[in-house]
Design a protein. Structure first.
Length: 320
């Protein structure tokens, strides 16, 4: 949710849960509420109502590119300006890479005929996949780790998946082999920065909630955004820190625009409002704050931040 000071600019936070069935609306290709698959131990439903779309419209109204304590709608978000019913497309698995215990990164090739539907997305959005299970077709949604500019250049999109023991879908996803055909809906989601946003911006990811932050950081660099993006990567330990190497290399190569702050709960403990204020200081003030992860982390960040917050709750997930 976007919050400006005491003003509430949107409805309830987006939500994700564990490995469970997608809503009927999601299976039909609509988007009022959707199951996000798996996070630190699972991912889940996210509300995508007119309220969340209005949030993006309000956030996009900042002519100077920075979010303040108030905002006015100056344009319709793409989801409202061009309403259409998404349809399933057939993508091809080109790779499945282990990223730690119960963590995999899946790379999907986008065929030429589906490029228009899949490469014009915003960093921070997600894909919904449909798989055949013993109980019938089931859908789950997974965040995109690829910056849109990279997807346009390569025709490939990566998703981050936490494999839930006993889950209906994620164990099947982890066993995909290169060449597997997969039914996928085009990207959706509202955990995105306004088009002209500039630093300072703070992006926090817990568990595999770091996945959309990876895409945001990559696009921040590729598009040459002004100011600094600070990424806080919360994970239990280094072995479970999905995309840690990629983020470290990005921050090292672009030290002037991306700052990486790793938090390992096995060492530092679970973040609290006080510990975040000590770690982040002024980074929690003035600029927009994005957070994706378990509800406990999201609530702590919302309490600690003095500026606007865009949050996405992953139910069932906990980095430690």
């Amino acid at each position: 949710m976007w919050c400006g000071g005491s003003a509430l600019l949107s409805a309830a936070a987006s939500r994700r849960g564990d490995d469970r069935e997608a809503t009927e609306a999601e299976r039909a290709g609509t988007d009022p509420e959707r199951d996000r698959g798996d996070l630190a131990t699972g991912r889940g439903q996210r509300g995508a109502s007119a309220a969340s779309a209005a949030t993006r419209a309000a956030a996009g109204a900042t002519a100077a590119g920075r979010l303040g304590r108030t905002a006015r709608t100056s344009r319709l978000p793409r989801s409202l300006a061009t309403p259409r019913r998404p349809r399933w497309h057939r993508l091809v698995v080109s790779g499945v890479e282990s990223a730690g215990p119960d963590l995999v990164i899946v790379t999907l090739d986008v065929p030429e005929e589906a490029r228009d539907a899949f490469i014009r997305y915003d960093a921070g959005q997600y894909l919904t996949v449909r798989v055949d299970t013993p109980g019938g077709p089931a859908s789950r949604s997974y965040s995109i780790a690829t910056a849109p500019s990279a997807a346009r250049a390569t025709g490939r999109i990566r998703i981050g998946v936490t494999v839930v023991p006993g889950g209906q879908v994620s164990p099947l996803v982890a066993r995909w082999a290169p060449g597997t055909d997969v039914d996928v809906l085009p990207p959706l989601g509202d955990l995105v920065l306004p088009p002209r946003a500039r630093g300072p911006v703070l992006a926090i990811g817990g568990g595999s909630g770091i996945t959309p932050v990876v895409a945001i950081a990559g696009e921040w660099v590729e598009t040459g955004r002004d100011g600094r993006l600070t990424v806080v990567h919360v994970a239990r330990d280094d072995a479970r820190a999905m995309f840690a190497g990629e983020l470290a290399a990005l921050a090292e190569a672009h030290a002037g625009s991306v700052e990486l702050l790793p938090v390992r709960t096995a060492v530092h403990g679970w973040p609290t409002e006080q510990s975040l204020r000590r770690l982040l200081g002024d980074r929690l003030r003035g600029g927009p704050v994005l957070v994706a992860g378990p509800e406990g982390l999201v609530r702590v960040v919302e309490a600690a931040a003095d500026g606007p917050v865009l949050s996405e709750v992953f139910h069932g997930g906990h980095p430690d």
